[in-house]
Design a protein around this ligand. Structure first.
Ligand code: ADP
Ligand code: MG
Length: 459
């Protein structure tokens, strides 16, 4: 039996990723392939750990064949790929005894940290509007360059890249410090919910311990702490404990510290005590660069003209720009036409024609389909395959939440399904979310981020 050390399995996997990278849309690559962790190579099989059972099945049905071909090319002999799930004990593969040293990052992964692996410095486009904030974030992520400021606070309007940068810090720090280094990303809402939950279940010590035992705390959108007095106090204590231990804290807010109303003065002065930097709305050149970068990663044939036109029309924020871009790619695929300024004009008309802030159902369908790399037709169709059923339920649930359509109307969008099917889908997803099912929590967070806000933002 040949057994190869972990570093070598990791190197093999790395080469396979490099080879595959150019053949996949960036999103699929980041969502599905990046989270896999190479374990070991034995008996001509490379063993990888997937973050969930669903993830594992998805890889098995979509990528294994391709990956095995690439690995075989790399090694010059047939290679099999075996997947296991990180939480449950391995099914297909018996661990050899004694087990080879495993990278400690297996359980200390992005999921535990609530990080989304898609937010990286590598896909963050730098421009005048964000270059200082980006540099500050990079310095925090690379602890070698001992940066003196703590905390770092980034503020700026909606959809300008605050969450992207915050998560990029976490992802980078995690990948550099594989091992005992602990990162935690939380929105201030999540922090609040956790705190309330700990009060209800009388597990406040668990709560304090959890938030005070990490090396890098990333708290998004602190403005939501406003007027939540007890949560503010709790956060203040967590902050102080970490600060005194020399642990890093990075925060974001949608407004300058001076405009945070209903805040404890002591907390505000803590926010202000490190480095405060802001992100401005992107200038025209940055908007064009973001579009072209994204199109290139997606292999979407967008001409410079079309990118110029989109960037000139959507000026408010990047999320909005991405929304229009995603709709454009979907239209082009469905109608089998190349992107054009006329098509962009048409899309912008329908997007801003929506009443209020309600996104069209079609848009949700497109976003969900793109997220899972399946066609909207499959989502609407009859397939009972597990990898289609879950995305379909999620799309239904999001439509009940984000559109003004009735249950019946939503059912009819999905190939004439009954309204009770929609209710079942909605409740199933909600229950899993309420039970803190990590996979659902993370998927919904991403999708909601993509869906809202859809109309040109005011901020
Ligand atoms: P915020 O948290 O400030 O509301 P996000 O970080 O969620 O904004 O950004 C909105 C979207 O725009 C995300 O999909 C993000 O990846 C993208 N984005 C923002 N800034 C950039 C950038 N400079 N380069 C590439 N993508 C960006
Ligand atoms: Mg955000």
């Amino acid at each position: 039996m040949t057994q190869i050390e972990v570093p070598e399995a990791a190197a093999m996997w790395q080469s396979a990723l490099v080879a595959l990278r150019d053949h996949l849309p960036e999103q699929s690559f980041a969502t599905w392939l990046r989270p896999l962790v190479p374990e070991r190579f034995e008996n001509n099989a490379l063993i990888l750990t997937a973050p969930s059972q669903f993830h594992r099945e998805w890889i098995e049905s979509h990528y294994v064949a391709n990956l095995e071909t690439i690995l075989a090319d790399l090694r010059g002999e047939q290679v099999r790929l075996k997947l296991q799930v990180s939480v449950s004990p391995p099914v297909a593969v018996a661990r050899p005894a004694p087990p080879p040293p495993l990278p400690a990052a297996v359980s200390e992964n992005q999921e535990d940290s609530h990080l989304n692996p898609r937010y990286l410095f590598e896909n963050f486009i730098e421009g005048d509007s964000n270059s200082f904030a980006r540099a500050a974030c990079l310095a925090v992520a690379d602890m070698e360059r001992r940066c003196p400021w703590n905390p770092l606070l980034i503020y700026g309007g909606t959809g300008l890249g605050k969450t992207h940068l915050l998560q990029a810090i976490g992802n980078r720090a995690l990948s550099r410090h594989r091992g005992k280094y602990r990162v935690l990303y939380a929105s201030s809402e999540r922090f609040t919910q956790d705190f309330i939950h700990s009060l209800q279940t009388r597990h406040t010590t668990d709560f304090s311990h959890r938030y005070r035992s990490i090396d890098l705390l990333l708290v998004d959108d602190v403005q939501f702490f406003a007027a939540k007095e007890r949560t503010q106090i709790e956060f203040f204590h967590a902050f102080n404990t970490l600060y005194q231990k020399g642990k890093r804290i990075v925060l974001t807010a949608d407004r300058p510290v001076s405009e945070l109303a209903d805040f404890d003065k002591r907390l505000v002065s803590r926010f202000d005590s490190g480095l405060v930097t802001n992100i401005e709305p992107p200038d025209y050149e940055t908007r064009v660069a973001i579009l072209l970068h994204r199109a290139e990663a997606d292999k979407f044939p967008m001409t410079r003209d079309v990118a110029d036109f989109l960037a000139a029309t959507i000026t408010s924020n990047i999320r909005e720009l991405e929304g229009a871009y995603v709709t454009l790619t979907a239209r082009c695929q469905l109608m089998r036409v190349p992107p054009s300024a006329d098509l962009v004009r048409e899309i912008l008309k329908t997007r801003s024609g929506q009443n209020g802030h309600r996104p069209p159902a079609e848009h949700i369908l497109t976003i969900v389909a793109e997220f899972f790399s399946i066609s909207p037709d499959l989502l609407r169709g009859k397939s009972r395959k597990k990898e289609i059923v879950l995305p379909r339920m999620i799309a239904m649930m999001l439509m009940t939440e984000c559109t003004s359509l009735s249950l019946k109307q939503i059912g009819s969008l999905f190939g004439g399904r009954d309204h009770s099917t929609v209710i079942h889908a909605r409740d199933t997803i909600r229950e899993r979310h309420a039970a803190n099912d990590a996979e659902i929590v993370s998927i919904l967070r991403d999708l909601r981020n993509k869906i809202n806000p859809l109309t040109p933002a005011s901020g």
